[in-house]
Design a protein around this ligand. Structure first.
Ligand code: GMT
Length: 376
């Protein structure tokens, strides 16, 4: 198959899923064309089946905001026409699904047919998409996609609640290449580099946006480290980093918290993580938690959005209500009470990720592309 993939080329979950999917499809022999404004950060696989086309933005002083959708849809038309693509798979509805609809119309005028698959990832529906500023266009572009997928049952339900959706949304969970995490474990985890042997290691990875509640991460860790010697690794960059740094300084725990910035070495860092913290306000799925689980970490998270579909309460970790940092700390301490309990949670977490493996999910996406032919 010949597939164009449109995504945000950043560390965000939707870009990661899109990139991993594209690499896996190319590895299987499909022709994959990434159409984005930058090379996707997780693109680390070379194949003659894999192509990258940059969307260039022409800066013009008249525009306060450069019209990215126009540039993107023009690029889509160019690439579909040149490489005879059959599908445009857009990740994150805004503005990708809208641009794909426009590209499809322009191609139709030229007598060229292309099918559009839209994958909803979360904030394109929950925080941003349902805002009155975007809602009409988002609803229109979802309803005019050939196939629509969502990354959890919760996201599907939320989409149907917030919008007037006329199509059936197919749930396809986020996935991970479990081999990658096995390999990281086969090499010796350099735990000593970040913690003393008696210390437990907590990790949080995100884009440090308010929705991630990074202050709650620090609050939970502050409570735990009073009882159990521990280190906290914070990976990522974003608007709330300063807030987190201030809180760490206020609590006088700077010697126990490491801010590591953005990293492409996530599997190596997760290799020595005991507990992953994800106290998000909302999370359509929580890919970061799944990655941590694949690397054998227990998860302490909120019970919001799709998180209960990923983190199984009392089995792979614990779920707490939003903002209940005392409960999260209590749960973390109970997991760390002895080695056997911790190892059981870690093993359970790892086992649970099997249902989200690349080998299970990839054929589902291939079937999605095939099913497009049944749409008008
Ligand atoms: O939340 C992020 O860090 C980024 C965001 C994105 O769109 O890149 O992630 C969303 O998509 C991921 C992949 O499907 C999901 O695993 C995340 O849960 C989701 N984030 C939210 O819903 C807040």
């Amino acid at each position: 198959m010949k597939i164009g993939i449109v995504c945000y080329p950043t560390f965000g979950g939707s870009g990661v899923v899109a990139t991993e999917l594209g690499m896996a499809l190319a590895d299987k022999g499909h022709e994959v064309h990434f159409i984005t404004y930058n090379l996707p950060v997780r693109l680390d696989f070379l194949s003659h089946h894999l192509h990258f086309h940059q969307v260039d933005i022409e800066e013009y002083p008249l525009f306060e905001y450069q019209p990215y959708e126009l540039a993107l849809s023009s690029k889509m038309v160019e690439i579909v026409e040149k490489y005879h693509l059959e599908f445009l798979h857009v990740h994150y509805a805004i503005p990708h699904a809208y641009a794909a609809f426009m590209a499809k119309q322009m191609l139709k005028e030229k007598g060229i047919a292309v099918k559009v698959v839209t994958t909803l990832h979360g904030t394109d529906i929950t925080l941003v998409g349902s805002h009155p500023t975007y809602k009409t266009a988002v609803e229109f572009s979802i309803n005019n996609s050939d196939v629509v997928t969502a990354v959890s049952n919760d996201l599907k339900q939320t989409t149907n609640k917030l919008f007037n959706i006329k199509k059936d949304i197919q749930v396809i969970y986020n996935f991970i290449d479990t081999d990658k995490y096995d390999k990281a474990h086969q090499q010796k985890c350099k735990r000593n580099a970040v913690a003393k042997p008696e210390e437990r290691i907590f990790t949080h990875i995100s884009n440090f946006r308010p929705v991630k509640r990074v202050a709650d991460v620090v609050e939970v860790f502050y409570r735990v480290q009073k009882e159990i010697p521990s280190k906290l690794l914070l990976i990522g960059e974003g608007p709330d980093r300063l807030k987190a740094e201030k809180l760490v300084a206020e609590y006088k725990i700077s010697d126990r918290v490491l801010f590591l910035g953005n990293s492409s070495e996530v599997s190596k860092i997760l290799c020595y993580t005991d507990i992953f913290l994800l106290p998000s306000q909302t999370e359509s799925f929580g890919l970061a938690a799944l990655e941590a689980m694949a690397a054998k970490s227990a998860v302490i998270s909120t019970n919001t959005g799709g998180l209960p579909e990923v983190n199984i309460n009392g089995v792979t970790g614990y779920l707490s209500s939003l903002g209940d940092v005392d409960d999260m700390a209590k749960n973390a301490i109970s997991i760390l009470k002895d080695d056997i309990t911790l190892d059981t949670f870690k093993e359970n977490a790892r086992k649970h990720t099997k249902r989200f493996s690349l080998e299970n999910i990839l054929p589902v996406y291939e079937d999605v592309y095939k099913s497009c032919y049944k749409t008008e």
